[in-house]
Write a protein that binds this ligand. Sequence first.
Ligand SMILES: [Zn+2]
Length: 273
Amino acid sequence: VSRKRVYGTEAIVIRRRDQGEADRVITLCTPMGKLEGIAKGVRKARSRNKGHLELFVHSKVSLARSRSSWDVITQADTVSPHQPLRGDLVRGTYARYAAELYDRFVAAGEGGPALFELMQRMMGYLCQEERLSLLTRAFEQRLLTMVGFRTELDRCVGERAGGLCNRELVGGRSEPFGLDPERGGALCPDCFRAGQALRNVIPLSPAALILMKACQRESFTHLRRRSTSEPLMAELERAARHYITYHLERDVRSGAFLRQLQREGRTDPAQRG
Ligand SMILES: [Zn+2]
């Protein structure tokens, strides 16, 4: 890693919050990972960087390292303004959701070029595509995979008699499959029937399983040619929300546990033994 005092990167503005009188702390999705930088004076009318650091803009930014607080964003130049994401309420809402998902699943300093590219393409698509819900489902599956929470949709994640079921999950059956976020994937109809009383397990229709698999691996140009129905899209959204909420809450809980350990001094190697 270069330790030059000033460094440059491409970035997408994910979040902004006001700081002090005229500054703003900007969260950036970059090929180097998630970064926070402070843009000084950016809320003043005459700020040169202002328009280049609007929400969802893809910019080239220069930052100066700071040992005391945030790195300082010294310069920003727009690559793609993604104007529709600020001018159109619906497109903007989808963009906010995508940005929030990145922000919550990716810790500061983590993430890399693949996540940046995913976000860049997502923002571009959101400016012009019509099938925003389907696009968002595909974005979710890809993001989950990249941050280590891939949804297993090819083999049953159920357990039977102490072993993994591992049965191949293929459509063509009419009984519902299941989705089990705790085990990280889908259940075959038999395991779903046997385990549907378990907490956190929800049904997944065969059509929803097939579409979710497609969201995981098909390019969007292929995916958008698929015919879907409103109820199917609604089911897919519920299933994704269920899966994602489970993992985000577990994360929050593990974060709370970690903080508790830190208070007790149990994660500081210097204090061990
Ligand atoms: Zn099974």
